[in-house]
Design a protein around this ligand. Structure first.
Ligand code: NAP
Length: 337
């Protein structure tokens, strides 16, 4: 609430963008160029792979972002997005939203120490690594269990590691880990990978990578640190235990939409439902990137959706010039910024 002694005023903006990945930062470039003075809450480091800059901060080489024929490192690409957004006047704030109130207008967005108000919101909170939900996983997270090979791979030099999953993320993690580990075992619950053909071919061709098929992880075993996995073969029912020094969980991502749950329409997996491109079920709230996209989930599609959300938000602001705040204490004058 405005006037709370412990909470700093972030001010009223035309647009607040929640999330600093490709979607949020592209929305920032477009809304800044539309002179809407966007504020971007970029997020902060979290215990389960949350990152300012989003998932690209955890990848190495991005080979499929158009315009970079030689590839570009994920963090470098995010750095370029940030520079471009700031060049046009976007205000980038290195904080995560901790609460969002869509029932009020102007909308309220809180961070750990500030409260911001905005006439329009662009939700681009992205997605975070999914977890297996088996015994031992939480207990040994950071103690031999990881969701990020680029962050933790170097700890496993000359060791034996497992990667759980069969998608592009799992192949990328496995390939990256071969730089350090002696052996990388991909454990997948089916007998065919979901990963793209090119990633499959690279993984199959790498002599350090081997596969355990049709196997579900029952438990991550350990003693102070993770020591291995207990697996069940889903075809035969046979249970085996395999020792590993490190276990990397790479089974996809879930949208970071907890803050808006119950306030706008989400689908059954928690992705923000959009209609008419980037509009959500709440007027003045737009969504872009992996928080709203369960199908494509690419950096370039996130950026495209960010652009679309920015244009949609800008038009919506033009069509809805001023809405008086319900909360009479909220000062909506622009000079509060
Ligand atoms: P994904 O494509 O959804 O793959 C997730 C994998 O984990 C699947 O193989 C799935 O098994 C498995 N899995 C899911 N839940 C599981 C569970 N509870 N226990 C065991 N296994 C489980 O996710 P992703 O690999 O993170 O990729 C997401 C998107 O990002 C994709 O569109 C991908 O193309 C893209 N991406 C691209 C690149 C690249 O181009 N270099 C890199 C990373 C990601 P099933 O196959 O049986 O469902």
């Amino acid at each position: 609430m405005p006037g709370r002694s412990e909470t700093k005023e972030g001010g009223l903006s035309e647009v607040i963008i929640v999330g600093g990945g490709p979607a949020g930062l592209t929305a920032a470039v477009y809304t800044a160029r539309a002179l809407l003075d966007p504020v971007v809450l970029e997020g902060e480091l979290g215990p389960f792979g949350q990152q300012p800059g989003g998932q690209l901060m955890l990848t190495t080489e991005v080979e499929n972002y158009p315009g970079f024929p030689e590839g570009i490192l994920g963090p470098d690409l995010i750095g370029r997005f940030r520079t471009q957004a700031e060049r046009f006047g976007a205000k980038l704030v290195g904080a995560a939203a901790t609460a969002i109130n869509l029932q009020k207008h102007p909308f309220e967005v809180q961070t750990a120490d500030s409260i911001y108000y905005a006439r329009a919101l662009i939700l681009a909170m992205g997605a975070s690594p999914k977890r297996l939900g088996v015994p031992g996983e939480s207990e040994y997270m950071g103690m031999g269990v990881s969701t990020c090979a680029t962050c933790d791979g170097a700890f496993f030099r000359n060791r034996k590691v497992a990667v759980i999953g069969g998608g592009d993320s799992a192949m990328e993690e496995a390939l990256f880990l071969t730089r350090f580990a002696d052996k990388v075992t991909v454990i997948h619950r089916r007998d065919a990978l979901r990963a793209s053909k090119i990633m499959q071919e690279r993984a199959f061709a790498n002599p350090k990578i081997e596969f355990v098929w049709n196997s579900k992880v029952l438990e991550i075993m350990g003693e102070q640190v993770a020591t291995g996995v207990r697996l069940e073969n889903v075809k035969t029912g046979k249970v085996t235990e395999i020792p590993f020094d490190g276990i990397f969980v790479a089974i996809g991502h879930a949208p970071n939409t907890d803050l808006v749950k119950g306030q706008l329409e989400l689908d059954e997996l928690g992705y923000i439902k959009t209609r008419d491109f980037t509009r959500t079920s709440v007027e003045g709230v737009f969504a872009a990137g992996d928080a709203a996209d369960r199908r494509y989930r690419q950096a370039v599609t996130a950026a495209g959706l960010g652009c679309m959300a920015a244009i949609d938000a800008s038009r919506w602001l033009d069509e809805n010039p001023v809405i008086e705040p319900e909360d009479k204490n909220a000062d909506t004058s622009r000079d509060r910024k």
